[in-house]
Design a protein around this ligand. Sequence first.
Ligand code: 13P
Length: 341
Amino acid sequence: MSERLEDIALAMVANGKGLLAADESTATIKKRFEGIGLESTETSRRDYREMLFTADEAMRSYISGVILYEETLFQKAADGTPLADVIRASDSIPGIKVDTGAKPMALFAGETVTEGLDGLAARLAKYYEAGARFAKWRGVIAVSEQLPSYGAIKANAQALARYAALCQEAGIVPIVEPEVLMDGEPGNHSIARSEEVTEEVLRITFAELADQRVKLEGMILKPSMVIDGKKVRTASVAEVAERTVRVLKRTVPSAVPGVAFLSGGQSTEEATAHLSAMNAGHDLPWALTFSYGRALQTEALNAWGGKSENVAAGQRAFTHRAKMCSLAAKGSWKKDFEKAA
Ligand code: 13P
């Protein structure tokens, strides 16, 4: 495979394929495992992720790349094969989450700034050596009537741009993820508020990317959808799609090869329906696909339940969901396909 940033970025979003976000931190995966009554250990985390990465049809047909947590990039499958090689064996690309988390931002109550730039150049060299060809950094923007502040948007955008520049210099495609949270309270997180905030965040993010000389052809944007907060959600699928596409067209240069959404706590079917509606009715300058965590994994995790005898059931659930998301990336998902499963 070509090592050019442009070619890797295109491969990440081509042919209705998308990304599996399996980069939950140790604290987050512990929470997910608690939901199925499973203890989180190095081995159970490995077993779970190996179950996903060896689902051959899903990986080969629908998943262009996998975002890994650092532990997983250096882990081996039960038979001793590095998990990065397991991913590559199905022509999928290993990637790595490189930020060290959103931390409370000094003097900005209720807001965070994402850390992880110190020493990042050296870490990227190590990740490249281990096979990673793309990376992810997530900035988090909280929404209320007062938030976000300009200062917090700017600090997060600048960190994203500095990270993206470091990645490109290391031969790694940066996924730039400015996540506008979707869990707002009634009254302060309507879909109109989401649209206004998302537009401002993307404008400032692309301004910082330009200032840091980031090559747009060699990056992927991972945004949140324009959607009302989950405590008030009433917007239709069509409205989420219309508003999201409108904001992206206003803010994302056409030189960017692809946009891969996060799911952000939408149900698996909501996240699929929204993506499909965006692709179905619009003339778009970039590929629009998925980079889902929960919206790809929830059903697989439940079907697997931490039991080795359920590996095939977990893989079937994952394959179904990956196929639905891939259909959505081509604009041809239909609700009936869910029932067929
Ligand atoms: P969700 O799709 O569960 O939001 O996770 C995607 C992700 O990588 C968030 O950083």
